[in-house]
Design a protein around this ligand. Sequence first.
Ligand SMILES: Nc1ncnc2c1ncn2[C@@H]1O[C@H](COP(=O)(O)OP(=O)(O)O)[C@@H](O)[C@H]1O
Ligand SMILES: [Mg+2]
Length: 512
Amino acid sequence: MNATTHAIALHDIRKAFGATVAVDGASFAIDRGSVHALLGENGAGKSTVVKLLSGLMLPDSGKITIDGAEARLDSARAAHRHGIQTAFQEMTLARDLTVLENILLSHAPVNALGLVEWGKAKARVAAHFDALGLTDIDLRDEIRDLDLAVKQKIEIARALYRDPKILLLDEPTSSLSGRDVDWLGEIIARERDRGVTVVFISHRLHEVRAFCDHMTVLRNGQHIATARVSEVPDAEVIKMIVGRSIGQAFPPKPAEKRAHGNVVLSARDVTAGRARNITFDLHAGEILGIAGLQGMGQLSLFLSCFGMAEIEKGHIEVDGHPVVMTTPADAISAAIGISMMPEDRKTEALFLKLSGKHNASIPVISRFSRMGLIDGKKETEAVSEVFRRVEVDERALWTRAGAFSGGNQQKIALAKWLLAESRALLLYDPTRGIDVGTKHEIYQLMRSFAEAGGAVLFYSTEIPELVHLADRVLVLYQGAIVDQVEDDRLDEETIVQATLGGHAPSIAGQAA
Ligand SMILES: Nc1ncnc2c1ncn2[C@@H]1O[C@H](COP(=O)(O)OP(=O)(O)O)[C@@H](O)[C@H]1O
Ligand SMILES: [Mg+2]
């Protein structure tokens, strides 16, 4: 191979954090002008590679070459000088600044006196957003008010604004769905056509196939393979990622459709936020799927079942009795027993600065206290028991939750609700952005929770998950339920069609 065709090459790179070897002697190269997927389970070392290439940290040993010449990437500035721009997985936008300010941070046009020329800057950014098709984003909005998908698109737009030669995208699609993923696919193709080299991290193989020409698999920080995407079938890719073949990704559904238990949770003509006139019954032992393109009311629906959204009309019932929940604490309380894993789990489901143990025991801490004192031993035993069930490492008991990968954070969040002995779990896209191995474990946990009589309300952006896990699926379109898909209609095509409003044209035709 001719080294000068490589935009980037890693040569025997090693990076450890204390005892954790995040990147373990990895060597591989990325061709100039290619779209290169970086694959691996959570914790495989992908983000560490991205951070090394972005100048956020230096390797312990080994070297990085760019266009064939050794590069010392010891600061973000150094990476920028080499034309490297990154949309980070944890998203690095400043919450308290506007969209415009975030794009311009350190890249604002200044006049001869060193003052930012705001008028010019704003026009330039607006033109950039237009060219990207992001016309619905208001540059004056503060980041904190925006939802995850919008923030992700801004993170990407910012990297593009700085005109990269090499664009690093760390799991951008784990917070995007449907149309936004297509949007990103077009952006990537456009950048490639302009000669930009793109590194794309995703857990979704169909995206890798659609967007990328090459791929590299990492496992436990080690380089497993680099190949042309077209040369490796899915089963082989998965095997390289997990280091074994996983037979069936989804646990089998119960052989016979069982009669479900009592109704645990019902919505009666609920209108809240974007959700319109929603009525359903969720039974004990049932996994009830919710499908919908982004912004079709699913979030409002989940929040209103969890005391987090004001219900304008209608009501929620628990065990057939109307309940008023004005806070999540009401929903969690023993009498009701509803738990939720929300959209932005990094900021909402866990206290990142607290240990895994404290996170898990917070909702039920009274169970471990006597006369105002907490029985730490009892608490630890109970939490380690659920951590074993969700297969989270014991270290999580004492380590702050923020130090764990997305997949492990998600399992800690689940452990918390198992410990609380919730009767109904509201799972809002629970596997978003987590690796295949951990996904599989979460599917198993959902299934066993339902088999033990728990009720699950389950929204997913990944339609195959709904098909393989849910007993039936309610499809939302413009805030309303437009279809109930079950039995022999329960397949991807039917659901996708319904999410596009295809099943009920009369409803699809109405204005929002
Ligand atoms: N700043 C850090 N401090 C301690 N450990 C870290 C840090 N960053 C990453 N790790 C650990 O390094 C390993 C690789 O992490 P990462 O590169 O984020 O993986 P991936 O992006 O593939 O999920 C994981 O075990 C992770 O917990
Ligand atoms: Mg990562």
